[in-house]
Design a protein around this ligand. Sequence first.
Ligand code: PLP
Length: 417
Amino acid sequence: MNNKPDSTGLDNAGAGTRAVWGGEQVRHPYNATQTPIVASAAYGYDDIDVWYDVALGKAPGFIYSRMSNPTVETLEAKIRELEMAESAVAFSSGMAAISSVLYTFLAHGDRVVSTKDSYGGTNKIFEEFLPRTGVAVTLCETFDHDDLEREIAKGCQVLYLETPTNPTLKILDIPRLVAAAKRVGAVVVADNTFATPLNQSPLALGVDVVIHSATKFLSGHGDVLGGLVCGSEALMAQVRHYREINGASLDPFSAYLIIRGMKTLALRMRQQQHSARALAEFLCTEPLVEAVNYPGLPSHPNHAVACAQMSGFGAIVSFVLVGGMDTVKLLLPRLRFAHCAGNLGAVETIYGPARTTSHVENTLEERQALGISEGLVRVSVGIEDTDDLLDDLKQAFAFVKKTLNPQLNEVHVETAN
Ligand SMILES: *Cc1c(COP(=O)(O)O)cnc(C)c1O
């Protein structure tokens, strides 16, 4: 079995085709058309010399699945095709990928610059774990590009970006910040989970390392954890070496599920972002909603930057409910076509307050300092029919109004429908 799939033929193919065929143009045992799950911890050799050559990387092959595995390599080839990267490394979760990348490129005495709005777990690495290894961490206000440029110019080894951010969907100007980082020789890392490779190509914008939580849109079915890292062969060799030792490798069963999910990525995203826009537009008209965050809305403060660097605006919308957590508790249980859960990027629509999802690791005080309101709800829009999702949200709002103001509501409910 050839485990270094030849990408020839995909060079001019679109993203949908790459998602289906990336890494899969190989002959499998028994002429199986689907990637086999190679469930073997180790690989056997009768010829000790060949074994030694493989172990030293002088000949192709596998030794031990913490180092490399055929199923996992197929997944790595697939994300490589989608991000148009030289190389990719798979991890057991998005956080395994993020922490491994940071620990690969940062050592005692180094400095990393990032923003306050990154994923809650990433924020914990910055606030809790990196400082105790002697790495200086500077987190800037996410919107303040001037401050980011100033901090980068002071010198840093890594600039870490996440855009759009979770859960407030702020947009960072990637080319502008990459230019600042290049002036000081920093490695630029970008978490591309929310955008997906279909909507944003960070490597083409000058980023060095792209990270995905494959748990989300890439796998797309909420049934598996995984993380993926892409970049140049030279940088990925360092990341791969770190993974071999820290052991945060992806198992082949999970790799198979992610491969399977990724084939429908383009189809799913098309429907999901169509509905996301419709929901965002509806939420803007809803009196019980204080603010709506969606980069595709012209009212979004960074809409112009989003248009310049993204080809689509994704399937995550967030909004702030009037009345905070009390309203959240009334609205969410009324939704029929939605999980209330701490995940996103699945075929089902998923609603969750920031308090129990992206920022569950943070205290109330920390959330307040980050500007995360208790009434903030994140919606990961699924592949259901757009009208069903809109109707569902409308009936849930009608219920909330009736509960909050029983008399007035006869009228309100009528007009809502
Ligand atoms: C979920 C998520 C992560 C963490 O990924 P896991 O697979 O849950 O470890 C990192 N970044 C973003 C933007 C995420 O949404």
